[in-house]
Design a protein around this ligand. Sequence first.
Ligand code: MN
Ligand code: MN
Length: 305
Amino acid sequence: MSTYVFGHTNPDSDSIVGAISLSYLKNALGEDTVPTRQGKISPETEFILNKFGGKLPELKTSYAGEEVYIIDYSDLAQAPEDILEATVLGIVDHHKLGDLTTATPLECWIRPVGCSNTIVKEMYDAAGIEIPKDIAGMMLCAILSDTVIFKSPTCTKVDTKACKELALIAGIEDYKALGMEMFIVKSAVQGATPRELTTRDYKEFAMGDTKVGVGQLEVVDLKVFDDMKADLHADIKKIKEESGLHTVMLLLTDIMTEGSQILVVSDDNSKIENAFDIKLENEEAWLAGVLSRKKQIIPFLQPQF
Ligand code: MN
Ligand code: MN
């Protein structure tokens, strides 16, 4: 029986590449694991898989009775619905500790670094396992994505060091240029439906006795949203109603000017205004310097509930 390795719902590049890189490591150590995913991949992840010849993990959303490793989350809201009926052998993550609990002892690699793949890199080093060239290239991209090419406040020296070493293995000289190439792919939002965009990188969080949804789109120029902002705002309103959430926010993040425009739909706008010390205008605001949902949004929102 195989063990499955997978990341969070609405998988990003870290979740997909992490499933691949962690599964390879576990197999090299004698286990029998298979990387899987909980949902559709983004154009950015598709770019990474194509660039390095990575195989798309199979789609699997039910894990009752299975053994699993999870990567890039520990929140039940981002897990498969039947995760509590699975045996979690390990967690590799770089977010706040979530609400998942287990019935059996497990391996935990949880560190405050910029990317789960940075932790996987440390795991390879600790185990003395060589990282294959193609996997190194994909891990490099995952770290460049999660750290917004080292601009995010979540980025640490461990991440930049991991990138240097992975770039050497992958034979990539100018990896910041590779990062820009990737973010330009990520910025091509034309042709996608509002729902595809609002849920592309969307997460729900338990806050107080309610739930809050926060989506994020990172682009190299916010102008790409000029014609679609009203539709995106209307769509997060629908998401809020469909899922009975207290608040839904969408961050339109400009990685060049380094800040985020937030679109808000909430039962109580004052919670958002107090969290960030702002005034919303037309349920919008500009948050200068804000690039990271996990470090600059969630910790400020949570105490309001
Ligand atoms: Mn992620
Ligand atoms: Mn991550």
